[in-house]
Design a protein around this ligand. Structure first.
Ligand code: SF4
Length: 368
């Protein structure tokens, strides 16, 4: 086994230094080492529908997706891949289960990574063929194990899916790759159970130096999936574990990117967009803060400019918080006091708060 320095990794976590992982390249996007944590999603179209798939990838690119995974589950999907790879601008990962012919076709199509578990391909000849083709093209493999589909013998030994069982399953595939001298590997050990996936990733992080793809699998609807992903992925990233992330939601994949980016931002791992700090409101509220913040989020949420904007509902906590932000508003009865960098700029009427804040954010020059 090609393990990392477990003691070194452990002490790195304790001292707040990012876990040392080896680096692999997925097209032009590095994963691991000191590379920024990348955000991935997966298309939800039929891959054989080239137009729909390309359109979805382009929308994801626009949202800031770094790497896109596409299922290659049938012949139409495999045949569509070359055209899709040609027309998109981010690295494509082929998601393949069992079928080594699809893996070879995906590699020929120019994908940048293949998600396949070598132990599920079949004969050693087939495994060798796929790993040789990947190596020739400098394409890494993601070994992805999942608590819902562990091998029967592993399940029997452990009784039920445990962190050790997930680790053992992942390492079974890793060792097959290593036997063939292939170590361009990314590992994921996902589960719908947040605590289980956290424990499993910690084990892999302690015992190997392979880069880790983090995710809570089948996380759920937008509300539940966002919370589960933020807790699971966030806990690991806060421990400096993890090199690339995917949030899975039963929703538009663009939402997955938005949530993934927000998780990174919350930990200071991604360049901030405009950050809206708003109070929850209470009985002291003097303006229609829900409408104001909704309109501001709509107008500024996607602006790639690191500006902290605070909108507070009353004069109790408002002025202090508003002064702390780059742009702030402390509201009073039907009015707001507008601040820039702690200085009062002017008083604005309630109906002008949104436009005044947008104007100030556009003018604001963040410190570099
Ligand atoms: Fe309530 Fe004022 Fe605090 Fe908002 S800022 S929660 S309105 S006390």
């Amino acid at each position: 086994m090609n393990s990392g320095d477990a003691a070194g990794i452990g002490s790195a976590v304790r001292t707040g230094i990012r876990r040392r992982s080896r680096r692999v390249m997925v097209g032009g996007v590095p994963i691991g080492g000191d590379a920024p944590v990348s955000v991935q999603s997966m298309t939800k179209t039929k891959t054989g529908d080239i137009e729909a798939t390309v359109a979805q990838v382009l929308a994801l690119e626009e949202a800031g997706c770094d790497i896109i995974r596409i299922t290659v589950n049938d012949r139409e999907a495999a045949d569509a891949l070359p055209a899709i790879v040609r027309r998109v601008h981010i690295p494509v990962v082929a998601d393949i289960h069992f079928n080594h012919v699809f893996a070879l076709k995906a590699l020929e199509a120019g994908v940048s990574k293949v998600r396949i578990n070598p132990g599920n391909i079949g004969s050693r000849d087939r495994i060798h063929e796929v790993l040789r083709a990947a190596r020739e093209r400098g394409v890494p493999i993601r070994i992805g194990v999942n608590s819902g589909s562990l091998e029967e013998d592993i399940l029997e030994r452990h009784g039920y899916p445990t962190a050790e069982a997930l680790y053992e399953s992942a390492m079974r595939h890793v060792e097959i790759c290593e036997e063939f001298g292939f170590s361009d590997i990314v590992i994921s050990v996902k589960s719908t159970d947040v605590r289980l996936m956290i424990d499993a990733y910690r084990l892999v992080a302690e015992r190997t130096d392979y880069p880790l793809h983090l995710g809570v699998t089948e996380a759920g609807t937008t509300r539940v999936g966002t919370v589960k992903s933020a807790v699971g992925i966030g806990a690991l990233l806060a421990d400096r574990i993890g090199d690339t992330i995917r949030v899975s939601l039963t929703d538009d994949p663009v939402k997955e990117i938005e949530v993934g980016k927000e998780i990174l931002r919350s930990l200071g791992l991604a360049t901030r967009n405009v950050e809206l700090i708003t109070c929850p409101t209470c009985g002291r509220l003097e303006v229609d803060l829900f409408s104001i913040t909704r309109e501001l989020e709509e107008a500024l949420g996607h602006l790639k400019k690191p500006v902290k904007v605070a909108i507070l509902g009353c004069a109790v906590n408002g002025p202090g918080e508003a002064r702390e932000a780059d742009i702030g508003v402390a509201c009073g009865k039907g009015v707001g006091i507008l601040y820039r960098k702690g200085e009062v700029l002017r008083r604005v009427k309630e109906e002008e708060i949104v436009s005044a804040v947008i104007e100030e954010v556009m003018k604001f020059q963040p410190e570099t």
